[in-house]
Design a protein around this ligand. Sequence first.
Ligand code: SF4
Ligand code: SF4
Length: 434
Amino acid sequence: MSNLKTGIHIKDDTILNAPFFKGAFIPKKVILPLSQHTGKPSQELAEKGQVVEAGEEIASSGGFISSNLHASISGKVEHISDYFHPITGKGKSIFIEGNDRTQEWSDKKESAVDRLSIEELTNVIKQAGIVGLGGAAFPTHVKLQPPEGVEIETLLINGCECEPFLSSDDVLMRNNPFQIIKGIQIIQKIINPKRVIIVIEDNKQEALERMRQAVLNKNIEVIRVKTKYPQGAEKQLINTVLNKEVPPGKLPFNVGVIVQNVATCFAVYEAVYKDKPLIERYVTISGDCIENSGVYLVRIGTLVSDLVENLGGIKKDVGKIVFGGPMMGLAQASMEMPILKGTSGVLLLSGEFAKLFKEYPCIKCSRCVDVCSMNLLPTKIAHFTKHGKIDLAKEYNISDCIECGSCEYVCPSRIPLTQYIRIGKQLLLEKKSE
Ligand code: SF4
Ligand code: SF4
């Protein structure tokens, strides 16, 4: 098995992994932003004062690339208004005050699922509001319908989860291997690939064994790859496993591949077998400030502050709050942020992790170039951005950067390369819209 040739091995002596499932949490209130996914925000259906059940559709897909949204708890819609958003800063959101009614979803018979056609299965996934749960939150029903004439050779199932701290997929695979396989088989039926390969890094031995048991006598392979960052990113995973390059500006289907995350496959299983929409997900809560770090089943729209309080609070001052992992995650201004469909983890870190380092001049060591899995020249791109030369940054393919942070991680001069690149991308977008 080939492995990612670039990328980095992240030292984990300061890492507090959270490898155990600790339980489910149903909050008393949720705040559900209409923008939970890549594409257009959903359009609200629910009205102020309406009583809703957990799982009821409260906003519908707002366009071709968009997704439905469902109440994640039973209760009353208090109001619909702007609220903090972990990615966009602010966005229209539906506020639900919970009542104590609970909702149960039970499994259908296998034969009832077998009878569903490809169109019906795709529609169930669309109705359930499923989006990619690895972080990008791209609507799954759209991804499963590649343009006409495109043949999908390989379905890659991503169980890599290569960022430090994050253990949600690892725990999910250990706890629900048979359900994940059922979800994969549904996707297999929809896109009819020649090969299905589940990819798991070698630091998740138990998950690997459990998934291998679950695929016995099925037309699905499970392979182990060496732990390396950012192997879990789509293009990098395709390169690692299939030795194929997705050209700049192209998507995996252009090389005959579709990648789905294991958590997305689990959500597909729940939608099809239980009629359960995407209203909760596994989330890693970790960092050196949290009392009870672990992986929890969390309702979408739960505020981090409510979750943390329920887990016993914090044990020291929080210097940095991150949604996602420490490499690609987004820093947040407060704990009053809601969990989104794409939130795989929340890190509460002390000031030590928030420290700003002094930036030194580039010594042209080329380490940043050696680790870039997108074959970019981070030092040049950052230099152009810093000096306002956005056209040159564009020529050096700034848009292909996946913001993995590997270049910055290895830079001996502590140059915030990713930060410069993010700013450069933003400036490029602004220039385009002028
Ligand atoms: S330039 Fe972008 S893709 Fe390359 S290592 Fe840096 S952050 Fe990652
Ligand atoms: S790693 Fe840092 S010091 Fe080395 S070439 Fe890249 S930017 Fe310059």
